[in-house]
Each structure stands twice: as structure tokens, then as C-alpha cells.
Write a protein that binds this ligand. Sequence first.
Ligand code: DGT
Ligand code: MG
Ligand code: MG
Ligand code: MG
Ligand code: MG
Length: 276
Amino acid sequence: MAKSRFEYVRTYEQDAILLPNTYIVIRLDGRGFHRFSTHYNFRKPNDKRALCLMNAAAKQVMRHIPDVAGAYGQSDEYSFVLSRECTMFDRREAKLVSTFASTFTAQYQFLWPEYFPDTPLDGNMLPSFDGRAVLYPSLREVRDYFSWRQADCHINNLYNTSFWTLVLTGGSSEHDAEQALMGTNSGEKNELLFSRFGINYNNEEIMYRKGTMLIRDVGAGGSASASETTESKDVGEKSKRQVEREKNKRRKAEIVELHVDVIGDEFWTDAGRWIS
Ligand code: DGT
Ligand code: MG
Ligand code: MG
Ligand code: MG
Ligand code: MG
């Protein structure tokens, strides 16, 4: 096909290509959800409807994008980890990040009425999500990444639970609650909840304390055979057929929602089942 004389402008496009043979983590985060959650009267400190809506939107993203091995969500954020051999969009960063952010946003809006049946979305306050991609060279960093997000969930949730218990049950002003918590460590917050309100923090809803992990149940032996996953192979070592087979398995696998500790070893001993 003949090219127009304008065609040259395309040469100005610069694609950032994500390094091959690395895990890609794409984290999405709600834009201005402090205001958004206030506008729609999210319950404090946690709104189950909002968190379940996040989980439902993330599951839909996983259903539509089989390269996603697993995902972790808490508050207004979700992180998706892509397998190392992912070649989606030839690993072009902008295409990946923008597709994840828009797919998630579309699903969030579409599913909204199911979770907030009495609260229609307001055209002046629609949800949107930003996104970024980070590369990790080995499972070690991927594991530490999820631990980092879960530690963040824990710290924020313990603080928010203490704060809103002081305000909503204890009758403190927001200012006084903030003062009371200033400089306290987690042991002191646990103690405050227990001694003043009889709340054992460890009995609070586990989804609030641990966040949500979504993995694919690819069955025993995992996405590849056991020997293949224990020493996870580098890209190039896997045949195209093998990569395709694994992707098909992921596509068909049921998505499982877990509220578990991802910082300790237990969750990772069988990680080959869902990530390779
Ligand atoms: P950003 O991300 O820089 O655009 O700004 P924000 O406002 O989204 O800030 P971020 O992401 O650091 O914090 C998340 C906000 O979302 C935070 O203000 C609390 C709110 N949020 C998330 N989940 C819930 C919930 O279940 N209940 C309530 N009440 N608020 C929530
Ligand atoms: Mg932020
Ligand atoms: Mg946000
Ligand atoms: Mg956030
Ligand atoms: Mg196009």
C-alpha cells in the first residue's frame, strides 16, 4: 500500500519494551479514591461492597488476560503478575499498562450496580485507575513485592480500625483519635483495641487484614510438570508449544480467591502451581 507523505511522523513513536524473561507486575490504583469513597459513602474503615467489587473486576481482568498468573488487591489497588514468558503486545509497556487500566476500569463500572444497587454512579464522579509496570528478575522479588503490599494492607488496616473505633464507638473527635494514635506501634494499637473496646484485632474480618490473592487453580503439578516448575525455566528453554499449553491451562483454570498470609513460607511452597 502506498504510504502518504505524512507517514514519517510514525517514526517519532517510541515504544518502551519491557525486558524479556522477567516477571511483569502491573499495579493499578484508584485515582482520588479518598474523595471517591467519601462521595459514595463507603463504610469506614472498610466497605465490603467496595472491596468485593475490586475483586470481581480483577477476576474479570484475569479471565480476559490469560498471561496473568495471579493478582493481589487491597484498598483501592490491584497488582497483577504476568508470567516471565509473557509476550502479550510484544511486551510494549504502554499497551500493557493502558489495557490493564482500561479493562479494569470498564469492569469496575460495569459491575458497580451489582455491588451498589442503591447508589447509581454519578457522571461527575466516575472511577478511574492509574497503572504502572515493574519488572522483577526472580520469584524472590515477586514474593517480596506481594509481602510489601500485604504489609502495607496490615499497617493501614490496623491504623484505620483503631482510628474509626475511637471515633465511631469511642465518641472521640477525629482530631483526638489522631492524637491518641500518634507514635503508637502495632502492639499498642492492638492493646488499645482490646482494653478499651474488647476487640481482638486478629478476629477482625480476614479480607480486611490480609487483602485478597487471586490465583489460578491449575491443578496438582502446576502450570508445567513438577520438574519443570521447581527449576523454573528461562524463556528460550521452553518450547513454544509448552508455553502455549501452559497458557491454555491458565485460561481454563478456575480463579480462586484467597485471604491468606503471603509473607510467610507456606503460601510459596507450592507457588509452582500458579506461577512459573
Ligand atoms: P491517588 O491514589 O494518589 O489518586 O489518591 P487516593 O485518594 O486514591 O489515595 P490512596 O490510593 O493512597 O488511598 C486510597 C483511599 O481510598 C483512602 O483514602 C481510603 C479509600 N478507601 C479505599 N478502600 C476503602 C474502604 O473500603 N472504605 C473507605 N471508607 N475508604 C476506602
Ligand atoms: Mg496514591
Ligand atoms: Mg488511590
Ligand atoms: Mg491506593
Ligand atoms: Mg488499534
